[in-house]
Every structure is written in C-alpha cells, then in structure tokens.
Design a binder for this molecule. Sequence first.
Ligand code: TYM
Length: 341
Amino acid sequence: MNKPVILTGLRANNDLQLGNYLGALLPIIEMQKKYAGEYQINLFVPDLHSFTTPIDHSKLYEQSINNVRVFIAAGLDINNADTFVYRQSHVPAHSELTVILNCFTYMGELSRMTQFKEKGGGQTSVSVGLFDYPVLMAADILLYGAKYVPVGADQTQHVELARDIAIRMNNKFGDLFVLPEAEKEQIAFAHSQARLRIRDLQKPEKKMSKSDESGKGVIFLTDAPEVAAKKIMSATTDSFEKISYDTENQPGITNLIDILAALTGKDATEVAQEYEGQTQYGPLKTATAEAVSTFLTDFQERLSAVDDAAVMAKLEAGEKAMNVTANNTLAGVQKAVGLRN
Ligand code: TYM
C-alpha cells in the first residue's frame, strides 16, 4: 500500500532565509525523523514558481540545485528510501495538470488570495503567472495525493485552495484526488499551535521575506553568524518594558520569542514564561542572537560538506520516480475530463 505523503516546496528565487527554514524546512525534516518508514516525504524545488515575480534568470538553475544542498545541510536524510527530492519543472505533469485545474478555479477565488493582493498590489503590470501561482501549487500537492503540507502562515490560504479545488473536482468526477487535510488537522499533525510567521526584524508588522531588498530585517541562511547576531540585537522592539507573547501589540518581541522557541525546540508559551516579569529586552535579544548564531555556524559547516554528486544522484532518482507517480495521477484526471479513454 502507498504511504501517506507529506509534501512541501521552497522556491529558489534568492538565498533562503530564517523564515523559510523555521516555517517549512525544519517542520518537514522533523516529520521525516518522527515518521520514518510510515510516511513518504516529498521535498521539492518549485522552480517554475520562482519567477512569478522578477528574478535574475541566469542564477535560477544553480539556485535550484543549491536549495537541495540547503535541504541536506538542514538535516534532511537523503538516504531514506521514502524521501523524494525533485525540481518541479523536471516533472512536466505539474504544468499540464495546472492547465486542467485552471478550468475548475474561479477568477474571484484567485483575486482573493492575500499573497496575490500583497505582491500584485500597487504594480502597474502583474503577470498572469503571479495570479495563477496558487493553481500550480494545487497541482504540486494533488499530483502526489499529499495529506500534510507543512508551510508558513503565508501559504495556508493556498493549501486551503488546493483542498477546495480537489473537493470540487471530486464532486464532479468521483474520487480523483486525495484531499489535503483541513487546516486544523494540519496544525495538529505538526504539533504546533499555529503556522509560523517569522517577521522582518526591522519592520515586525511585515513577514520576513527573501525578496526584501535592504536585507537588514532578514536573516539569510548565508549570513555570517556574527552579522546575523547583530541583526537580532538591533531588532525593532517597543517601549512597553514587558515581555509577553502578544502579536498584536508587541510584534517585535513576539517575533524574537518565536525564533528562540523554534531554534531551541520549545513552545513559544514556554519561552515567554521564562522571560515573564523582565523589563529589559537585552537578555531575550542576547539569547536569541546566540541561538541564531549557533544554528548558522552548524548549518554553514554542514552546507560546505554537502556532496554534490549525492545531490545530483538524489535529484535524478527523485525526478524519475515522481514522473511515474505524477503521470499516473495526470492520466486519471485526463480520463475523467474526457481527454483520454
Ligand atoms: P516560498 O518559497 O515563498 O517559501 C517557502 C516556505 O517558507 C515559508 N515562509 C515562512 N514561514 C514563516 N515565516 C516567514 N517569514 C516565511 N517566509 C516564507 C513559506 O510559507 C513556505 O512554506 N508557494 C510556495 C512554494 C510552493 C509550495 C508548493 C509549498 C510551491 N508549491 C506546494 C507547499 C506545497 C512559496 O512561494 O513558498
């Protein structure tokens, strides 16, 4: 019997940042460890998603491969036989299923996606690729029947859309797709209280993002540990002189608590309790800066030791196997919609 699938993807549009690591990469690696043998793990590079916003195309190919190096340095066990690593564009069924799903997705739905409104807002010309991005993401998920999709808070709405499209098509054509679990189950499965949203250190009202141009509020996984520690020490906080886990009123402090908790494997509430009653922010900042710098030192050491031949071998094996699975799902959909018999 096929094993249930846990799947996620990280775009290669720039160096990955701490939010990518804590929001998606670390959770799927922890799931790989926890459920070894019970679940299939698909960790892929959505390279076609990478230029829904403008990028330097001369770097994309190498950056896609580098993402796989990052997965390994972050702790992904590539010797695990149930783990598949691949580039989206190397499995053409992703694109083909997207064309079909497009006809079962409404303009209104896509226009309501927060990320589209944020990224497309205020721009004179917005690409169709950016608008259609969630449908390609739905194809990524549905081709493999993924039940669990560990992502950061900014992607929750897209996972829910994938589920809505699957329900709609199952209602019309019978049981075509395995449904990704609903949001409540996704969170319970990850043993977390909510999807994570790491914030920009300078502007904590915004999420930390790899496309941020100044880079001052962003910790890139390539940052020198001492540079990253300085970014934490100069993070924007507030003047309340108290430490509480309060996203609304103390987003900067809450962000530091989230980062420290995730890097030390604790609950945010646990960390918040440790600092309760303190009126100075220095100790929390120092502990967070130390945790970030220790993490980056270890991570970068592992990154420099990644074996490129092993990366390419794992990618090739993953792409071969996933083409078989994806083509199989695609053939079922093509049959259902009347393209084949
Ligand atoms: P992307 O490449 O922008 O980000 C990769 C993952 O990192 C998470 N993330 C964050 N989590 C917490 N705090 C942050 N500040 C933060 N910034 C980014 C994202 O939520 C994401 O999980 N569309 C996706 C990639 C994708 C995908 C998929 C994911 C394509 N197809 C299928 C899952 C399943 C994206 O653009 O993520």
